[in-house]
Design a protein around this ligand. Structure first.
Ligand code: SF4
Length: 264
């Protein structure tokens, strides 16, 4: 099979990787503030004509939205850069990221940044927040969740139904990951897509997930399973997308060590 030169993903958790998403988030927040003021400027005279208190109520609502989003972003930036838990007791990073993530993608396109680069940066930010909040993460039920494309393309074994169907032949990394999971008594699951991955999460009810996938699946998955914390590991694609992908096994071991012992 011919190898395709694929740019390696940003190493998980590196500061240089986090910068893109954090900077875009700050720009997105400024854009949201600008749009809110513009909206207020347009509708304020009409609101006052309905009832004086109505105008005040809308003003308070918009103000609270801005405080929540900007306060959340400030804590996220601080926690992501220092990897210390400034999100406690707030903890609700989701509102801020849900609002800002799609705007980040639009702004990224405006600046000519590839979507996958922004997603890689999002995963790096997510992993830093994971490290920052690790003392609050329960290691009770760890699940290693793998994308199906790690399996050798020609392998007939139905490892998505049960990973124990793997014959441990060594042609792909699935057997090494199974051995790694067994060493730590950590179960794993291999999913063909987002729907199956969500089903597995609902059934297994993990308290924390170590996920291996591409940029798109990881960013969607991290947001889908919230509030379950996810440590994301980007796969490597020497043969192009979705076929015979690879993963740095040390990254999986590092993630499990981080969860179990707080090591890095
Ligand atoms: S290691 Fe397992 S999944 Fe990979 S090719 Fe061999 S039998 Fe198939």
């Amino acid at each position: 099979m011919q190898k395709i030169n694929n740019k390696p993903p940003i190493a998980n958790g590196e500061n240089k990787g986090k910068g893109i998403f954090l900077l875009l988030s700050i720009l997105s927040l400024l854009l949201v503030v600008f749009l809110m003021f513009g909206l207020w400027y347009l509708i304020a005279p009409r609101l006052g004509s309905f009832h004086p208190y109505f105008s005040l109520a809308v003003k308070i609502f918009l103000g609270l939205c801005l405080i929540t989003i900007s306060g959340g972003l400030f804590l996220i930036v601080l926690s992501a850069l220092t990897e210390r838990d400034f999100l406690f007791p707030h903890g609700e990073k989701q509102i801020t990221l849900t609002v800002l993530f799609p705007i980040n993608l639009i702004l990224g396109r405006f600046f000519g940044l590839p979507k996958d680069q922004i997603r890689q940066s999002f995963v790096a930010v997510n992993n830093s927040l994971f490290k920052a909040t690790r003392k609050r993460i329960s290691p009770e039920r760890i699940l290693i969740l793998l994308s199906h494309c790690l399996q050798d393309y020609d392998c007939p074994q139905k490892v998505t139904a049960d990973y124990r169907n793997c014959r441990m032949c060594g042609k792909c990394q699935i057997c090494q990951i199974i051995e790694l999971g067994d060493n730590y008594s950590t179960p794993l699951s291999i999913a063909t897509g987002g729907t199956l991955a969500r089903k597995v999460v609902v059934e297994r009810k993990p308290t924390v997930i170590v996920a291996v996938a591409c940029e798109r699946d990881l960013t969607a998955g991290i947001q889908d399973v919230y509030p379950i914390p996810v440590y994301g590991i980007l796969n490597q694609r020497p043969f192009g997308p979705c076929i015979n992908t690879k993963v740095d096994l040390k990254e999986i071991e590092k993630a499990i060590g981080l969860i179990l012992n707080g090591r890095q």
